[in-house]
Design a protein around this ligand. Structure first.
Ligand SMILES: [Zn+2]
Length: 312
């Protein structure tokens, strides 16, 4: 399942071509990829055709494109994309070879007059596209991360209504570590569960949680309220450095589903220390990495470096 680095790789791949592009036409091959758009596929097409894409923005694992329309009084809408388990967003030139499992094609003309296709591909259909109303962020600050934009851009402090409850991610310039700590240290759940809570901090899933906990030498089940501030700071620093490195390497392609906008895989797999490394030697101490069943998934950890402690 894509996490922040994979979604950011997609965002940064889409942004140069789609910023300023105009939507010319839409082809729908499978309406199930529009199931989140409550007013139905024909409304999706009617509302989106003719719109201009102002930017490509991300918070955590959410990606959206604020839309501009000709004429006054137009609604403040964004095209929201969910990758789900297996979604891909590819950019192709008009008339390129078809991609298998393409569900929706949005035909666009770039700001330089090139004809391109934004293709939404999804094998397992947990992802999808929708139009959503943009609302003010609860803290009045930027909605999410985007490429350079004018400070006066109308969409800067807005967020899609369906993403408004999602917390800022640790790479967000407005991420408030104090505020996160004040909630974190009151939680009695295991630290991994807390890391995956998208309403506390967003963008982290199973892969990067396992990697950050390995780096911070924390057991996945260590209760958050037993973790001292200094250890929390180490954990947050680990989360940030791992996410940044993974963004730089184009994300992880562990399950073969995740692809960048050109249909290529990322390179972070070779940097993994714990995730997916069952029985491989821990790069720090040499003991075998173990995988425990955990919440219908798995947790990878070093039983030597990451012991459950009474107080951490
Ligand atoms: Zn170890």
């Amino acid at each position: 399942m894509p996490e922040l680095p994979e979604v950011e790789t997609v965002r940064s791949g889409l942004a140069p071509a789609l910023t300023g592009a105009r939507v010319l036409a839409i082809e729908i091959f499978d309406e199930r990829s529009l199931k989140r758009h409550k007013s139905g596929p024909s409304d999706f097409v009617r509302s989106l055709v003719g719109a201009r894409i102002a930017a490509v923005v991300r918070r955590g694992k959410f990606i959206w494109m604020p839309l501009e329309f000709d004429g006054a009084g137009a609604p403040r809408l964004a095209l929201v994309g969910h990758l789900g388990m297996s979604g891909q967003m590819l950019l192709r030139k008009r008339g390129d070879e078809p991609d298998k499992l393409t569900r929706v094609i949005i035909h666009c003309e770039t700001s330089r007059g090139k004809l391109i296709e934004f293709r939404f591909i999804d094998q397992r259909l947990f992802g999808g596209l929708q139009l959503d109303e943009l609302v003010a962020t609860p803290d009045g600050l930027t909605g999410g991360f985007s490429s350079k934009a004018a400070k006066t851009a109308w969409w800067l402090n807005l967020i899609p209504a369906t993403a408004a409850h999602i917390a800022r991610d640790p790479l967000d310039v407005n991420f408030d570590a104090e505020a996160v700590w004040s909630r974190f240290h009151k939680k009695h759940s295991g630290v991994k569960r807390v890391l995956l809570d998208q309403q506390l901090m967003s963008g982290i899933g199973n892969i990067y949680a396992d990697e950050a906990l390995w780096q911070a030498k924390l057991h996945y089940d260590q209760p958050a309220d037993s973790i001292k501030r200094a250890t929390f700071d180490l954990l947050l620093a680990a989360v940030r450095s791992i996410l940044e490195k993974a963004v730089a390497e184009g994300g992880t392609s562990f399950d073969e589903q995740y692809k960048n906008v050109n249909g290529e895989s990322g390179y972070f797999d070779v940097s993994l220390n714990a995730y997916g490394m069952t029985d491989q030697p821990c790069p720090r101490c040499g003991k075998g990495i173990r995988r425990d069943s955990w919440m219908n998934r798995g947790s990878h950890f070093c039983p030597n470096c990451q012991r459950l402690r009474k107080t951490a």
